[in-house]
Design a protein around this ligand. Sequence first.
Ligand code: TXA
Ligand code: MG
Length: 315
Amino acid sequence: MSSPASLRDTIAAFAARLRAGQVVAFPTETVYGLGADATNPDAVLAIYDTKGRPRFNPLIVHCADRAMAERYGVFEPLADELARRFWPGPLTLVVPLRPDAGLSDLVTAGLATVGLRVPSHPVARALIEAADRPLAAPSANPSGRLSPTTAAQVVAAFAGAVPVLDGGPCEAGVESTILTVADGTVTQLRAGAIPREEIEAVIGHPVAVASHDAAIAAPGMLASHYAPRARLTLNVPYPGLNEAYLAFGVSPKNATGPLRNLSEKGDLREAARNLFSMLDQLDREASGIAVAPIPETGLGEAINDRLRRAAAPRP
Ligand code: TXA
Ligand code: MG
């Protein structure tokens, strides 16, 4: 680990790169992000090119604090309450874009809304503050592949072509929960690191669930996302002979193939944290992976969402 002084110097150097319009990878509490100055069209374009991402899929704008987020989005009372309760933290709020926001149109893909998030990771916040710019940042993986939860995965994914600010392994391991707030209604666009039950407890009523990708893109376009190279089979109670297996809870005693366990204790937080890195490890060892059943409650909603996409037919 680097000393506090050298970490500060490293953050300052990465902030200078961002101000100069470069793309850099940085840690957040969910997954690593591929960041650039959201007010600089060339820098934002470079994110899409680096990821190979379709341009109609908008980016989340990462802010240092609520005051910075207010410059880009309009917060109605319900959005205000959610921001107060969950920021800094793994919540993205899709709210109306301020007319004077000054963000590149590429960030919002021309929509009248913007996705805003104030991450809680201290390195992410220090970087945004030092750059003094809102950072557009998708997950730091080539489009359609597994999201990275360590700096080494980002380095490997882009063959060293992107500078990576190393902040250690990500705490949550799955991306932020995305909510849209409009006319007093909250809709979940993507299950994520904050379980829906926690959001419902704050607003006091059930949250609607939208088919997020259907709203942004042609139906089915992004169904296959987070895809490992290996074929995935879900809800498999026991591994077959020599079959690679991703377990949850007590490990099967009869496993003869590569084995990883998301959580021996059956803890969903631990499972979320391990999900992408264990899929990545098994992907290197096998051409097919069987996955244990995972409960649909709490963080299980986000874990199962990522697994279903990873198992979906490839375009
Ligand atoms: O945890 C996370 O959210 C990570 C870290 C790096 O912050 N970021 C992330 O970004 O997952 P990305 O680009 O992989 O996913 C962002 C999602 C996309 O599915 C995009 O369609 C949606 O957010 N999104 C962004 N702006 C939106 C908007 N204005 N309306 C609807 N959806 C939006
Ligand atoms: Mg992503």
